[in-house]
Each structure stands twice: as structure tokens, then as C-alpha cells.
Design a protein around this ligand. Structure first.
Ligand code: BG6
Length: 483
């Protein structure tokens, strides 16, 4: 791996605490950060070297429940040793020239060991322009020797228009190849595995079309509320928070055509193609809000923000036309589970038509989390003398593997350092997803209140029942060996 400097704007932000610093620890532990590489953290507070180190140690302490495993003192030490702190206020109204001059000086001082620069913006999008222009002013946005890359994550706009504006702003300072727009769902092992499972094996592709598939469902439910994120969450709502990005990414990965090769361009184009073929059905969207949301911190008593949505769509292509796709997501629901289910048609000539289970379709489930795995629901013969039929799961479970899954942020930071944008979104992809979501936002839809701990408003059940189908209750047995 090349030497690089990772510069984190907002090193004391929630994102840095919860995701970035733990991911950097994991990279350090796996020996994936080259010896001379450095990490520069920038934030507003005037922190001494010792205070910054104390902060990093706290973030990596066992009390940080987001860092799922114990840390080794020697690894923490080498991570801390490569981390430097620069104080600076990068708010637009502040004169932060000194910060960028210091940054430039600091990077220059590292000499050739630091020719490659990766900026990670763990800040509000409102600050981007000021940061970009200051980097440019100091000659820090491009380089003759080495590379400069930029990582940003959602929200990439709040609709198509604003996403286009942001993309235009980005391109004023950086070329498309320099920009890594991150949707952490694309970094999840369980989502990347869908590509291997469906294109690496020969059995699935011949079945993945309207002749064999009855419908597709995606559920992304969380059993917790918005916590302390009221300020942000209330300005977006569920459809924009996870629908425009995570759920659409799951859908496109599960339904895309086999790319001609496993390259960034081919895989990204495959995803974009599906996004462009998606046919919005704005009459079929239900927005919900959990009872009690309006009492959460920073939420107004008359908030109309959605904490749940369920929608219907289809892919308008030769392959998929007529196969309904139902997606739902929400907070404070019955359980935390994310999965994609491909429900196959029941053939007319199925054997054992009189058996009670004869109406159960074969369903392929990609369980993104928890109890991660891939399962196919099938009928089997119950062992014994009589011919009796059981409903079973054929499954691949991550828990049976020796290697643990790498965290999505860990993988994506590594990809950006390695210059591999396959699992990042380019500007056409972001715009295609907003073009689709915008159609559902245009309608002034009713907001349905639902009870915490339920599966969302009844109207969401009606949406799917109108097609004589039902939401699949995620299986507790899937990859769960304790039941
Ligand atoms: C974030 C959303 O992007 O994704 C959160 O802002 C959501 O509201 C989270 O909870 C879900 O991510 P994960 O990886 O925990 O499923």
C-alpha cells in the first residue's frame, strides 16, 4: 500500500467517533496502513497533543459500544502515533486561512512520504464549499505528484436539484475520479456477497426474471428511534435518510444484470442502469411516524416527518417488467432486521398440490443483518416412513465462517486509499436515485401514526394486500443456531 495522509475534517464529530476512528483501528490491526502514512484530524477545539491522544483512547475504549471488539494496547499506540491534530474552524463565516496554511506546511514537512492526500469530510454539507475553496486556494485540491482524493457521504443533496448543485460544486474543485461518494451499505460484506452469489454461481441468473420471480421485498427495520439525531433526522425523514440510498443500493445490487467484467465501470454502470429503469409508482407510497416521535429532542409538536415508509415500484425492463417490488423501512419497529427477499412463483404443475405447504413459494433471502447470511426456503421430505413435507431453509451463514466480516467503513476507507471506486457512487448514480425518489416526494401524502414495536401503519399492509401479497415477517430461524 502507498504512503498517504488521511485528513479528517471533523475528527471530533459523531461520525468520526462511531465509525471512522474504530475503522482506522481495524485497518491498523490488520496491518493495512503503510508505515509512513499519517492521519491528520481537524476540529474546532483547541486540543493539546496529549488531549487529542486521550480523546482517541476514549473513542477506542471498550465503552464505545460501536467498536465491537477489544482493542490491543500496542495497536492503539501505533494508531495514536500516526495521528496528528490540527485545530481550526472551517465554518464559512470564519477566517480559516491559517488552518489551511498550517495544513499545507504540515503536509509539505512530511516530504515525499506524504505525496498522496485523502480528505474525509465528516462535516455538514453547508461547510463543503468553504473547505473546497480553501483547499484550492492553497493548492491542496490537486497535485502533480501523487494523488488527491475526497470522501464524502450522505446527504448528497435532499432532492435531484440539490444533488445536481452539489455535484456541480464538487466538480468545480475536483475531477470525478477524485470524488468518493460513500454509501456505507455498499461497503457491507453481506451486500457485496450478493454479487458473488448471483454472478459467481450459474444457478441463479436463469431464474432471475419475470418468468420465475413473483415479487421482491426489501425490509429495513430498526427497533430504536432517532436518539439524539432529531435535528438532522427531522429535516430528512425515513425515505431520504435510508430509502434514497441504502434501500435503493440493496435493490440494484440484487437485481442488476451480470456486468461484463468485475470492474468499477461495469459494476457501477450495472447499478445505474437499474436505477434508471425503476418506474416510480407515487400513488403507492405510505409514510408513517411513530407515536411519540413529536416528543423526541429537537422535534416540533406538529412535525410531519416520516419515520417509516413503504412503497411499491417495478423495474421497467424486458427482464423484470411486471415483477412488483415492495420496500419498507422505519424506526421503532418490531425488530431490527435488514433483508432482501426474492419470492419465486409457484409453478402450476408443482407436485404434492394437496399438501398444506404446497402454497409456500421458494424464497431466496439475503439477510444483510443480523444473523447475516443467504437462505433459500424450500420444501423437503420429513424423515420417516410417510411422505410428509417440511418447510426448511438451505442456508449459508457468516457465523460459520472463520473470518469475521470487515466493517463497511473499514473496507471503504481502504478502497479509497487503494483507488478503487467500485463500491462508491458517482454523480450519475446519485442523480438517478434522486430522480426516482423525487417522484414519491411530489405528492402531499397523508402521514400515518403507528405504534412503537409494531410493523408500521396498517396502511402499509393494505398497500401490499391490495396485490394479494403479504409482507414477509423476517425469519428468526435464519442463521440463528440457538433456536
Ligand atoms: C444511516 C441512517 O445512514 O444508516 C440511520 O442515517 C440508520 O438512520 C443507519 O440507522 C443504518 O445503518 P446500519 O449500518 O446500522 O444498518
Amino acid at each position: 500500500m502507498e504512503q498517504f495522509a488521511l485528513i479528517i475534517f471533523g475528527v471530533t464529530s459523531n461520525l468520526a467517533k462511531l465509525k471512522l476512528i474504530p475503522a482506522l483501528y481495524d485497518l491498523e490491526e490488520k496491518g493495512l496502513l503503510s508505515d509512513q502514512s499519517i492521519i491528520v484530524g481537524i476540529a474546532r477545539s483547541p486540543l493539546s497533543k496529549e488531549e487529542f491522544q486521550k480523546y482517541i483512547l476514549e473513542v477506542l475504549s471498550t465503552e464505545n459500544r460501536h467498536h465491537q471488539h477489544d482493542t490491543k494496547p500496542a495497536i492503539v499506540k501505533s494508531l495514536v502515533n500516526r495521528m496528528k491534530y490540527l485545530q481550526g474552524n472551517f465554518e464559512p463565516q470564519n477566517n480559516s486561512d491559517a488552518l489551511y496554511r498550517n495544513l499545507k506546511q504540515f503536509l509539505l514537512k512530511q516530504g515525499t512520504s506524504c505525496n498522496n492526500h485523502l480528505y474525509y469530510l465528516a462535516t455538514y454539507p453547508e461547510l463543503y464549499e468553504k473547505i473546497f475553496s480553501s483547499l484550492q486556494k492553497n493548492g491542496l485540491n490537486k497535485k502533480n505528484q501523487g494523488w488527491v482524493r475526497l470522501m464524502i457521504e450522505k446527504p448528497i443533496g435532499h432532492d435531484l436539484k440539490s444533488a445536481r448543485l452539489l455535484n456541480r460544486l464538487l466538480k468545480r474543485y475536483f475531477s470525478e475520479e477524485q470524488i468518493y461518494r460513500l454509501d456505507h451499505y455498499l461497503g457491507k460484506d453481506t451486500i457485496q456477497n450478493i454479487l458473488v452469489f448471483s454472478f459467481g454461481n450459474g444457478l441463479l441468473q436463469p431464474l432471475m426474471n419475470r418468468e420465475y420471480v413473483d415479487h421482491i421485498q426489501i425490509t429495513s427495520s430498526e427497533d430504536f428511534g432517532i436518539g439524539k439525531r432529531g435535528g438532522y433526522y427531522n429535516s430528512v425523514g425515513c425515505l431520504k435518510d435510508v430509502g434514497q440510498n441504502h434501500l435503493l443500493q440493496m435493490l440494484v445490487v440484487a437485481t442488476m444484470d451480470p456486468p461484463a467484467e468485475f470492474s468499477n465501470r461495469a459494476v457501477t454502470d450495472g447499478r445505474i442502469k437499474i436505477l434508471k429503469q425503476l418506474e416510480p409508482d407515487p400513488k403507492n407510497i405510505i409514510f408513517g411516524q411513530y407515536n411519540g416521535y413529536r416528543y423526541e429532542d429537537n422535534i416540533k409538536a406538529d412535525s410531519q416527518t416520516d419515520t417509516f415508509f413503504a412503497l411499491k415500484t417495478q423495474i421497467n425492463s424486458e427482464r423484470w417488467r411486471g415483477v412488483p417490488i415492495y420496500m419498507r423501512a422505519g424506526k421503532k419497529l418490531a425488530m431490527s432486521v435488514t433483508e432482501i427477499s426474492i419470492v419465486f412463483k409457484i409453478p402450476a404443475n408443482r407436485m404434492f398440490p394437496h399438501h398444506s405447504l404446497a402454497n409456500r413459494p421458494n424464497t431466496l433471502t439475503y439477510r444483510i443483518q443480523p444473523n447475516e447470511g443467504i437462505a433459500l426456503e424450500i420444501l423437503t421430505k420429513r424423515p420417516g416412513h410417510k411422505l410428509q413435507i417440511d418447510n426448511d431453509l438451505m442456508q449459508f451463514c457468516y457465523s460459520t465462517k472463520k473470518n469475521t466480516q470487515a466493517d463497511a467503513y473499514e473496507k471503504l476507507i481502504y478502497d479509497a486509499i487503494s483507488g478503487d471506486p467500485t463500491f462508491f457512487n458517482d454523480s450519475p448514480e446519485v442523480e438517478a436515485s434522486w430522480a426516482f425518489i423525487d417522484q414519491y416526494l411530489k405528492r402531499n401524502n397523508k402521514l400515518h401514526i403507528y405504534d412503537p414495536g409494531s410493523w408500521g401503519p396498517e396502511a402499509a399492509d393494505k398497500l401490499i394486500k391490495a396485490d394479494k401479497r403479504e409482507w414477509i415477517e423476517p425469519s428468526l430461524a435464519l442463521c440463528n443456531f440457538s433456536v
